[in-house]
Design a protein around this ligand. Structure first.
Ligand SMILES: Nc1ncnc2c1ncn2[C@@H]1O[C@H](COP(=O)(O)OP(=O)(O)OP(=O)(O)O)[C@@H](O)[C@H]1O
Ligand SMILES: [Mg+2]
Length: 574
């Protein structure tokens, strides 16, 4: 947790002021019982109204001062806690943005969300507790000093009561700690089930799995509840137990005091003050030990947050990056081999090819043969294990990631749109795009065709994940989004799969003039989409089994012939 607190630096001054305020508050509270005892001894017992009024006035003033100080301290603490929480969330978000896909897979998105929200709240709560801790420390020490100076003999009672108090708290803490740690895991699980069900709501309905999913959620929910109940049972026990011990202690004090008052060894005022100091001391010990229970709970959250912050992203910019401002778009894969984390076999095995500007390079192959992986590698979403990927002769690991991706217009296999309007989604590719530019690319990407029929046109809102659009519409918007960047390298990963043949060919014809001096890489399963490419790469289980033009490959590559044959017969059948 201390590690997280280094992010408190901007608030150092506020923290110091707050501690001073709490200090003042403690002093005020420590003086009140003393004054009270003076009023009883010198005012009430001696019937001195003036004295009562005078000291009572002081007490009133001190109390008023304490109120102001308390309010100010609470205000400052709330401010620090909330600002600190915001900072931590910012830091987590920025860090997660720098993750490579491997790291996101490692923690999981549901857990990342809980860590950014719920766990940060736990840390924020620490500040409220911190206040109690500081207060407890001051009141505890101050109370002991005051009590001992008032009546050293009577103070012996603390030697007996305080150890009992502390050991009970420690016992309870031992029992509660593991439960506190479990708590966050259960929240994680709850979030995971909820999220999966919301994103997969269509599948859940279609497969009639609503009942089962409800059960799954109920289980996670009940699990969470049961754990919370256990925690609260312990918490519920703490307070009455403590009250019992404190009241017993008070009783003992009154008992002994009354004997001594009887013997004229002590006066009533001292007894009242002593009782107040003793409850202050016990209360501060209570708070102190309570901290040792509550802080580990926050510590569990802090650990989870630190885990996110401590992951060193595998993919980093080089220390001395090669400047890569203009690109010709010459791509070369040189003996590239890559395996996903935890997989035994490489998914891309010794792949070498060249893709040149002004030409279209196509990649075909059966499903799961590694086509999208090659695209991921070119965008440096993952780092390769062997070989080199060069653009204009520069290894992509030697340039900044932003420089590399600036030149790439990627239309990924799964079209992903963001909540916002259609125009905003297209502008995602190039923030400064004008309306006429948006119209222009929309015409090429065949977006305009369906946008014109929408009531609000380009201002139509896309719901989260683009669920209110068809698959083909989403693909076309993704294409427009890439076009508007005017990149040197275009990558279409199965981007025409959801389009009918007519729209597909219309789109590709319009595209042709747009991408004339760019390097175009098209991944597709459809022979008709790629047969006119300048170079076709045939992939089989991560290996290249043929490179050439359509005609050439028909003669030389058995696997290509099989792919073509299977599709032609399918089309003929249809
Ligand atoms: N993030 C990942 N972690 C581990 N394995 C993966 C990951 N992504 C893909 N794979 C595996 O790598 C192999 C190649 O996947 P890839 O997505 O490159 O196939 P593809 O050729 O694009 O298939 P498709 O035509 O169906 O899109 C598959 O066997 C897949 O299971
Ligand atoms: Mg794919």
């Amino acid at each position: 947790m201390l590690k997280l607190f280094k992010h408190l630096k901007p608030y150092t001054l506020t923290v110091i002021v707050t501690i001073i305020l709490i200090f003042l508050q403690s002093i005020a509270e420590l003086f009140l019982p003393s004054l009270m005892s003076d009023i009883i001894n010198n005012g009430i017992l001696k019937n001195d109204i003036n004295y009562i009024l005078k000291v009572g006035g002081y007490m009133l003033l001190i109390t008023a001062g304490a109120v102001i100080v308390t309010v100010a301290a609470s205000f400052l603490i709330a401010r620090i806690a909330m600002s600190f929480g915001k900072d931590i969330r910012d830091i987590i978000f920025t860090r997660v943005e720098s993750y490579s896909l491997n790291e996101v897979d490692k923690i999981g998105s549901a857990s990342l969300i809980t860590r950014t929200t719920n766990d940060v709240v736990q840390i924020q709560n620490v500040f409220i507790m911190m206040r109690m801790l500081v207060m407890a420390a001051m009141m505890g020490i101050g109370g002991i000093v005051m009590a001992v100076t008032r009546d050293a003999k009577l103070s012996i009672i603390f030697v007996i009561v305080l150890p009992i108090l502390v050991s009970i708290m420690v016992l309870i803490g031992r029992k509660g700690l593991p439960l506190f740690r479990l708590m966050q895991l259960k929240v994680d699980k709850l979030n995971l089930v909820m999220r999966e069900n919301l994103t997969g709501i269509r599948v859940v309905r279609a497969f009639n799995r609503v009942q089962e999913e409800k059960k799954r959620f109920d289980n996670a929910n009940k699990d969470f509840m049961e754990n919370s109940i256990k925690v609260n049972k312990i918490m519920a026990f703490i307070f009455p137990a403590m009250m019992f011990i404190m009241s017993t202690a008070t009783l003992i004090i009154v008992w002994f005091s009354s004997i001594r008052i009887n013997n004229m060894d002590m006066n009533v005022g001292d007894m009242v003050a002593f009782i107040q100091y003793s409850s202050m001391i016990m209360f501060s010990f209570l708070m102190g030990t309570m901290m040792f229970i509550l802080i580990p709970r926050a510590q569990a959250s802090a650990d989870r947050i630190n885990e996110v912050l401590d992951i060193v992203p595998e993919i980093n910019d080089p220390e001395n990056p090669v400047e890569f401002i203009e690109s010709k778009g010459h791509i070369e894969f040189k003996n590239v081999t890559f395996a996903y984390k935890g997989a035994e076999e490489p998914v891309v095995n010794n792949v070498s090819f060249i893709a040149e500007p002004g030409r279209t390079t196509a990649i075909v192959g059966s499903t799961g043969c590694g086509k999208s992986t090659i695209i991921n590698l070119l965008c440096r979403f993952y780092d390769i294990q062997k070989g080199n990927i060069l653009i204009d002769g520069i290894d992509i690991r030697h340039m900044r990631q932003s420089d590399l991706r600036k030149h790439i217009g990627l239309i990924s296999q799964k079209s992903l749109l963001f909540s916002g309007t259609i125009a905003e989604n297209i502008k995602f590719g190039f923030e400064e795009a004008t309306d006429s530019e948006i119209k222009y690319v929309s015409e090429i990407a065949q977006v305009k065709e369906f946008v014109d029929e929408l009531e609000n046109g380009f201002d139509t809102l896309i719901s989260q994940g683009g669920t209110n659009l068809s698959g083909g519409q989403k693909q076309r918007i993704s294409i427009a989004r890439a076009l508007i960047r005017k990149p040197k390298i275009f990558i279409f990963d199965d981007s025409f799969s959801a389009l009918d043949f007519k729209t597909d060919s219309r789109l590709r014809n319009a595209l042709k003039n747009e991408v004339t001096d760019s390097t175009v890489i098209i991944v597709s399963q459809r022979v008709s989409t790629i047969m006119n490419a300048d170079s076709i790469i045939v992939l089989e289980e991560g290996k290249i089994v043929g490179i050439g033009k359509h005609r050439q490959l028909l003669d030389t590559c058995r696997i290509y012939r099989e792919i073509v044959a299977s599709q032609l017969s399918e089309e003929e059948l249809a």
